[in-house]
Design a protein around this ligand. Structure first.
Ligand code: ITT
Length: 203
C-alpha cells in the first residue's frame, strides 16, 4: 500500500523520504496524491495537531479508495529562555508569510546578551499515523541544542540556521541532510514510528 504524507512543507518532505526509504513503500506528498485541503491546526499539542492533519487527509475519497496509510508531522522549536516559544506556533511565528531570515533574526535579537548556558532549545517532532483499518498512533522525537549568535548554513529549512549543536560545532543548517536525519527530532520520531508499526503489525 501507499503512504501519503500530509504536509505542504517541502523541506520536511525531503527529509521524510530519505528517513523512510528503507520501508520500500511508495511515499507521496499530498500534492503528488492530488489532494488539496486546507487544514486548521487548532490542537494544543504537537501530537494533537499531527493527528488533526493525518485524520483530515485519511478521510478524503482518494485515501479511502486506495486504503492508504496517512502520516503527518507537526513540529517546532522550543526556546527555554522564551518560555518554550515559538513551540506549536513555529510556522505561524510573526505571521505565516514572514521570511525565516526575519524570524531567525528576531529570535537572535530576543536572546541578545543571554549567555550560552541559558540559550538551550530543542526541536520537537510529533508524527501522527492513521491506518486503513482506522487505527491511530503517534510518536515523538526531539533534538537538544542552543540558539546561536548568527545564522549559519544553508541546508535544511526553517529555524535550522540558528539551531546550533555545540558538540558538533555547527548549526543543523550546516549538516548534510543524512547527518541531520540521524540526529534530528524528525529522524527520531520516524524511527520510533517504524518500530511501533512493526511491533503492532501495522505493516
Ligand atoms: P505542514 O503543516 O504542511 O506539515 P508546516 O511548515 O506548517 O507544514 P508545522 O505546522 O509542523 O508545519 O510547523 C513546523 C515549523 O517548525 C516549520 O515550519 C519550521 O519553521 C519549524 N521546524 C520544524 N522542523 C524543523 C527543522 O527540522 N528544521 C528547522 N525548522 C523546523
Amino acid at each position: 500500500s501507499r503512504i501519503i504524507f500530509a504536509t505542504g512543507n517541502e523541506g520536511k518532505m525531503r527529509e521524510i523520504r530519505e528517513i523512510l526509504k528503507d520501508l520500500n513503500m511508495d511515499i507521496l506528498s499530498m500534492k503528488e496524491a492530488g489532494i488539496e485541503l486546507d487544514i486548521v491546526e487548532d490542537g494544543s499539542s504537537f501530537e494533537e495537531n499531527a493527528l488533526i492533519k493525518a485524520k483530515a487527509i485519511a478521510q478524503t475519497d482518494v485515501c479511502r479508495a486506495h486504503g492508504d496509510i496517512v502520516l503527518a508531522d507537526d513540529s517546532g522549536l522550543e526556546v527555554d529562555y522564551l518560555n518554550l516559544e515559538p513551540g506549536i506556533y513555529s510556522a505561524r511565528y510573526m505571521g505565516e508569510d514572514t521570511s525565516y531570515r526575519i524570524k531567525n533574526q528576531n529570535i537572535i535579537q530576543r536572546l541578545d546578551g543571554v549567555p550560552e548556558d541559558k540559550r538551550t532549545a530543542r526541536f520537537v517532532c510529533a508524527i501522527g499515523a492513521v491506518f486503513p483499518d482506522g487505527r491511530v498512533i503517534t510518536t515523538r522525537g526531539t533534538i537538544e541544542g542552543i540558539i546561536g549568535w548568527e545564522e549559519r548554513g544553508s541546508n535544511g529549512f526553517g529555524y535550522d540556521p540558528i539551531f546550533y549543536l555545540p558538540e558538533y560545532g555547527c548549526s543543523t543548517a550546516e549538516l548534510p541532510m543524512d547527518v541531520k536525519n540521524k540526529l534530528s527530532h524528525r529522524g527520531n520520531a520516524l524511527r520510533a514510528l517504524k518500530e511501533k508499526m512493526c511491533r503492532e503489525h501495522l505493516m
